[in-house]
Ligand binder design. Sequence first.
Ligand SMILES: [Mg+2]
Length: 310
Amino acid sequence: MRGAIYGALVGDALGVPVEFTTREQRDINPVVSMRGFGTWQQPPGTWSDDGALLLCSAEALLDGYSPARMADGFVRWISKGHWSAHGEVFDIGNGTRTAIRRLAGSIEPEQAGGADQNDNGNGSLMRILPVALRFADRPAATVAEVAARASRLTHAHPRSSLACAIYCVVAARLLDGAQPNDAIRQTATFIRNWSGTPVAELAHFDRALNPELGALPCHEIASGGYVVETLEAALWCLLTTTNYQQAVLAAVNLGADTDTTGCVAGGLAGILYGERAIPLQWGSQLPRQEELGQLVTRFVAQCINNGSAS
Ligand SMILES: [Mg+2]
């Protein structure tokens, strides 16, 4: 669980300096270690909106899932830089910005996200992992349901919710010790039978729900901001590499939405290989080490000891 959170933050931070660069640029000059500056002129180790909202989510989930508490954390991030790396918001997706503005009003949190087919950016997927950790000891249906609901705060289309459900069930299977191909196979069986699955959306996940995804060549894998692309890219990185470093560097070197692909892949790789597999020279560059460590320790303790609280 610790590896999940640190793995996601490090993956995000590896991608921040090269966000929006092309795969051709990454082929010529691949990211091989923690860099700084570049796209956002941030020091090395800086996580972006992905990491900040993931940490806000973990904090909100300490005492179980409360949409209002999660909404409150997101609003504090956008207005006060809560859980941002250096106290300021420097990168934010359009869907997330619009939804958090609505969350600041009196709307029901789970109605705040955009629900149009064009609202399926990866902004809920990038922050959803704490749900998988918090409910890992529960049935897959609970993990999937909470993930789908928590997506709706910023991304309320059924496709985004299903992507979050799939990702969190895969993460829960990995936490349980499954290898990536088995985790995907088991998740596919679950999702195809789950009563909460929006059946009309299933066809969009044919590739993500098949471990043969790992046999596809790199040029078949897109890495833009579309939620289905990000899910596929993260799973592809997990299936085609054999350690944490390879998995996150593969993700970042796909180019385009590098921070989010790195974050989403890094969370899963952190589970699979564990916290100790994350290079110290990368993890040690994350800012706010003390507060971060306290939150992670508190959150993981709740996940393990108090999993039965709702
Ligand atoms: Mg970002």
